[in-house]
Design a binder for this molecule. Structure first.
Ligand code: ADP
Length: 268
């Protein structure tokens, strides 16, 4: 869409002259609409736990005042809701940070094997609770690259946590890494990290929108598991910053494979 403004020349020299300016407003309108949608989503996501908290506070002050058993139960629920809000605010801050960072190239020398091992170590307790075992297939040789180590850890944490949360019924999660002197997608030296689960899978109609903020393939399940709907949006921005790619393949009833493809820059 184009906005057009015409101004009739007023001065003596400008008599009879009409200035016409054209401006493409499609992008501006879209950006404005996206911002409004985002604020509406955030408000809705924050209001849900807040409403629950306010309801339980009222009940604790009134009907449940003299019922310690119900009181303890309600406090548990209130803690869950407060933790949900805390996770949401944490993810919003991460998203804000990574969006701001996107134009700044990472400069750290990192070893990808170390980042993945440390991520798996951190998530080990979560996997054990869900009865999931990790299988790893890493190359012998350490894969060194220029990256932002903390951000890459966040990428793998978010994807592996999802594999445990949504694919955990498969009993195992495979993390595979392969380096290539000519990564076919990047047409340059690169590394592929695949996170494979053998769980319920995702209906293919959801796949193109999975990295949108607050998009959930299974809304009920995501909320029941305490998801914020922002994990993969954060992943997408970090991978963009690293000039990498994210691929998702999934089949209902068989499982899901997330593939992170990262370039390996010279300079080490
Ligand atoms: P959430 O906080 O809801 O987990 P994410 O952005 O991390 O948000 O993921 C978006 C949605 O993608 C999830 O709500 C879930 O429906 C779907 N999803 C992500 N990973 C998997 C997986 N491994 N198996 C099945 N569904 C998944």
């Amino acid at each position: 869409r184009v906005s057009c403004r015409a101004v009739q020349g007023l001065g003596r020299d400008m008599a009879g002259v009409v200035l016409v300016s054209f401006e493409d407003i499609t992008d501006k309108e879209q950006a404005g609409q996206m911002r409004r949608d985002f604020v509406a989503n955030v408000s809705h996501e924050l209001r849900t736990p807040l409403t629950a908290l306010m309801g339980f506070i009222e009940t604790l002050r009134g009907p449940a005042r003299n019922d310690p058993e119900a009181g303890a139960r309600f406090l548990d629920i209130m803690q869950n809701e407060a933790e949900r809000m805390n996770r949401l605010v944490g993810d919003l801050m991460s998203l804000n940070r990574v969006e701001g960072d996107e134009r700044v190239r990472p400069t750290q020398s990192v070893v990808l094997n170390d980042i993945l091992n440390s991520t798996l170590h951190t998530l080990q307790h979560l996997a054990r609770e869900a009865d999931v075992t990790f299988e790893t297939e890493f190359p012998e040789r350490p894969v060194a690259m220029i990256a932002d180590g903390d951000q890459l850890k966040q990428v793998f944490t978010n994807i592996i946590m999802n594999a445990i949360k949504y694919g955990g019924s498969g009993g195992r999660v495979t993390v595979r890494m392969a380096e290539s002197a000519r990564e076919p997608v990047l047409r340059a030296p690169g590394v592929r990290v695949q996170i494979i689960d053998y769980g319920a899978g995702i209906d293919p109609i959801h796949l193109p929108r999975l990295t949108e903020r607050f998009y959930r393939a299974d809304d009920h399940r995501s909320r029941a598991l305490g998801g914020t709907g922002l994990g993969l949006a954060i992943v997408k921005h970090i991978i963009n910053r690293h000039r990498g790619r994210l691929r998702v393949e999934s089949e209902l009833g068989t499982g899901t494979t997330f593939t992170v493809i990262l370039p390996i820059h010279d300079g080490l």
